[in-house]
Design a binder for this molecule. Structure first.
Ligand code: OFO
Length: 170
C-alpha cells in the first residue's frame, strides 16, 4: 500500500495534471479566438493528454490500495499578448511540472517504494518530451517573428497533432 506521504503527493499531482489541462484549454480557446486554429488544435490535444496523465495517476493510487484526496483546481489565465507568449508559458509550466514529478520520484526513492518509483519514471521521461516539444515550437515562433506567412505555415503543421492515449485501458 502507498504511504500517506506518497498518496498526498500523487493526489497533488493529479490536481496539477488537471490544472495543466485547464491551462491548455484556456490557451486553446484564446488561439481559436485569434484564428490560429492549428495552435488551438495542438493545445487542445495537449489538454487531452494532461487529463490522461492525471487519470492514470488517480488509477494508480487506487490500484495501490490508497484513496486519493481532492482539492480545487486553480483557474488558469485566459488572456495572452500573442502566440509567442502562450508558448513561453507552456514551456515555463512544463518546467514546473518536471520539478513536481522529480519530487515524487525523490520521495518514492527515499521510501524505497520501488513500484512507485518505477511508475513515476514514465512521467520523468515524458517530461523530457514535453519540454522538448514546447521548446521546439517556441524556437520556431522566435524565428518566425512578425512573418505572418510563416506563422500560418507553422499553424498548419500544428493542426495535424492527434491525441493518442498512452495508457491502454485496463
Ligand atoms: Fe502532464 O505533462 Fe504536461 O503538464
Amino acid at each position: 500500500m502507498l504511504s500517506k506521504e506518497l498518496t498526498k503527493i500523487l493526489s497533488e499531482q493529479v490536481n496539477a495534471e488537471y490544472y495543466s489541462a485547464y491551462i491548455y484549454l484556456a490557451m486553446s480557446a484564446w488561439a481559436d479566438s485569434v484564428s490560429l486554429k492549428g495552435c488551438a488544435n495542438w493545445l487542445f490535444q495537449q489538454a487531452q493528454e494532461e487529463m490522461a496523465h492525471g487519470t492514470n495517476i488517480y488509477q494508480y493510487i487506487l490500484e495501490r490500495g490508497a484513496t486519493p484526496s481532492f482539492a480545487p483546481i486553480q483557474a488558469p489565465s485566459a488572456d495572452f499578448k500573442n502566440i509567442l507568449e502562450v508558448f513561453k508559458e507552456v514551456l515555463a509550466h512544463e518546467q514546473k511540472v518536471t520539478k513536481s514529478i522529480n519530487n515524487i520520484a525523490t520521495l518514492a526513492m527515499k521510501e524505497h517504494d520501488h513500484a512507485c518509483y518505477q511508475f513515476i519514471m514514465w512521467y520523468v521521461n515524458e517530461q523530457v518530451e514535453e519540454e522538448a516539444s514546447a521548446s521546439d515550437i517556441l524556437g520556431k515562433l522566435e524565428l518566425i517573428g512578425d512573418n505572418k506567412a510563416m506563422l500560418l505555415t507553422l499553424d498548419n503543421e500544428l493542426a495535424t497533432r492527434v491525441f493518442v492515449n498512452p495508457f491502454p485501458a485496463k
